[in-house]
Write a protein that binds this ligand. Structure first.
Ligand code: GTP
Length: 556
């Protein structure tokens, strides 16, 4: 394929504005998939994507299209819309020269429309605005055109108005991709320089790396080197994604495709790595900024014998989702496990669900927390900070864009849901990291008869300590069995007790029901009680079953 006939582009949009539906129509129109009524979000291949109806993973498809007697190769990358997956979007853009910015004709510009536009703008890509869902009764494409002109400074006549669902005017989108997005700037005569922009792990074939070729050619049988590890591999297979893997003899600069080279170990395939030919080293490509996790949670196998299986499942899944950070951790209550960092709460839920569905793993996930930096000081003079308004822009008469500075832990857990319900679904939300701010945080201990339970120590905002402490004490009370003595459950900040619950004393006599005689039954019951005790942890004189910790620590 001559380079001038190649176009590499992404579809970006706010959640549900119709990216995946537009991708379906483009696949059909170019004959990549047959046109049937069943083509619904064809590129959303993961079970979690189909169940939730959202894209969480960018997907690539190569389309062939004839236009005015010339054949074009269009490499399309469908990307997720939710804020938690914007790292997928930014990586995908590195393999593209342009984007289709899809905006719902009814909802207009939303938070992720703005965030995605700026990702594309900063990467200096051509932006083609596509106003979708013009078939809807309340659609107002002219209003959206004006918003686009006002917020992005793109002339309104550059907007393409379509209905991805009905297929209306979708040909103009293909036409615009060919006319308005430049072909990649590459050099085929130079030695190979390929960027690994994504990768997956296949049980039988090892690592499958998605690559964008900036220079040169790669063929089956070539010896290639990873700039990151300096290891050499032989290429077993190259090909294009059509949208499923389709082997080809070679991949040329300007193309986007996949490559399998016997990388068995997940640490060998770094996303952002540059691959080059053996003995023909090149300057590595810039790669990617590493993702910055915002939400942290502990992950433990339900049964410690599952530790190694879970370890390998997490390794393979993080290869496919490099924005998750993993550190080993252990808890007295839950055993050996990990502390994982995610980009948001939905990201955490999706990762957990993928572990279960794709790797058959069942895990205990602890309540998420956000990172804090502690500064030791003798006074706590600094006032607690609330949200501070930074700026306000009217997008049009009906919509306003507000910028606030928030403490991360205030928005991480239920902010998005509350915002949606308060605004009856009208408000949308996106965030980026604004760095650490000082705040009045306190370390809260949970005590059982005066002894600290290490597993339950948390950092909370001073004003929230009472309600959180009370909730933990209540949950613990519900899950602690009565014992021979009274148990005081207390939440404390330093020496100050801020909440208390009591579990009354109770003598659990397992033999109570064995009236005299039956010695075998008596032995059996005593044995069962002893086994039960193995699962207990002693804090002071209080025995705490593992279950109780799980109930208090688990997210739901
Ligand atoms: P995420 O990947 O989760 O960000 O969503 P998306 O942007 O890919 O949206 P998707 O294609 O999944 O479409 C969201 C919903 O809008 C689906 O129910 C589609 O059927 C519907 N939809 C998409 N395009 C149109 C359209 O042109 N008209 C109408 N009426 N509905 C549409």
């Amino acid at each position: 394929f001559p380079v001038e006939n190649i176009r590499n582009f992404s579809i970006v949009a706010h959640v549900d504005h119709g990216k995946s539906t537009l991708a379906d129509r483009l696949l059909e129109l170019t004959g990549t998939i047959d046109k049937t009524k069943n083509n619904k979000q064809v590129l959303d291949k993961l079970q979690v994507e189909r169940e939730r109806g959202i894209t969480v993973k960018a997907q690539t498809a190569s389309l062939f299209h004839n236009c005015e007697g010339k054949q074009y190769l269009l490499n399309l990358i469908d990307t997720p819309g939710h804020v938690d997956f914007s790292y997928e979007v930014s990586r995908s853009l590195s393999a593209c020269q342009g984007v289709l910015l899809v905006v719902d004709a009814n909802e207009g510009i939303q938070a992720q429309t703005v965030a995605n536009f700026f990702l594309a703008f900063e990467a200096q890509l051509s932006v083609i605005p596509v106003i979708n869902k013009i078939d809807l009764k309340n659609a107002d494409p002219e209003r959206v055109e004006n918003q686009i002109e006002k917020v992005f400074d793109i002339p309104s006549d550059e907007c393409i108005k379509i209905s991805a669902k009905l297929g209306t005017n979708v040909e103009s989108v293909l036409q615009a991709v060919i006319e308005r997005i430049p072909p990649p700037k590459v050099h085929r005569k130079n030695p190979l320089r390929a960027l690994v922009f994504d990768s997956t792990f296949d049980q039988y074939r090892g690592v499958i790396a998605n690559v964008a070729l900036f220079d040169g050619v790669v063929s089956k049988g070539d010896k290639i080197v990873s700039a990151h590890t300096q290891k050499t591999y032989e290429v077993n297979e190259v090909g294009v994604l059509n949208p499923n893997e389709q082997p080809t003899h070679k991949l040329y600069a300007g193309q986007v495709g996949y490559l399998i080279a016997g990388m068995k170990n997940v640490t060998e395939a770094q996303i952002g790595d540059t691959l080059y030919l053996h003995k023909q080293p090149v300057e590595p490509l810039p790669g990617f900024k590493s993702a910055k996790p915002m939400v942290f949670a502990g992950m433990y196998p339900i049964d410690q014998s599952e530790y190694n299986n879970l370890k390998s499942a997490i390794e393979k899944l993080t290869l496919n989702d490099s924005s998750v950070t993993v550190h080993r951790d252990s808890s007295l209550a839950l055993g050996a496990g990990w502390r994982l960092g995610f980009l948001g709460l939905l990201h955490m839920e999706v990762f957990n669900q993928r572990l279960e569905q794709e790797y058959n793993a069942s895990v205990i996930l602890t309540t998420p927390t956000v990172p804090y930096k502690a500064v030791l000081s003798s006074s706590k003079l600094i006032k607690a900070r609330r949200a501070v308004q930074k700026n306000m822009i009217f997008i049009d008469q009906n919509r306003v864009m507000l910028k606030y500075l928030f403490p991360l832990n205030e928005i991480v857990v239920d902010f998005y849901d509350s915002l949606k319900s308060l605004s009856s679904g009208y408000a949308s939300f996106d965030y980026e990291d604004a760095g650490y701010q000082t705040a009045e945080l306190v370390k809260m201990d949970i005590l059982l008869n005066g002894n600290t339970v290490e597993e339950l120590v948390t950092v909370v905002h001073k004003d929230k300590a009472h309600s959180i402490g009370k909730a933990i004490c209540e949950r613990l009370k519900d899950s602690l069995p009565r014992q021979l003595f009274e148990i005081a459950i207390q939440a404390a900040i330093g020496s100050k007790i801020i909440a208390r619950e009591t579990v009354k004393a109770y003598r659990k006599n397992v033999l109570a029901k064995c009236y005299g005689g039956d010695i075998t039954r008596k032995m059996k019951l005593l044995k069962r009680q002893a086994e039960g005790k193995k699962k207990l942890r002693k804090i002071g004189n209080v025995e705490v079953p593992k279950d109780a910790f799980i109930k208090v620590l688990k997210t739901q």
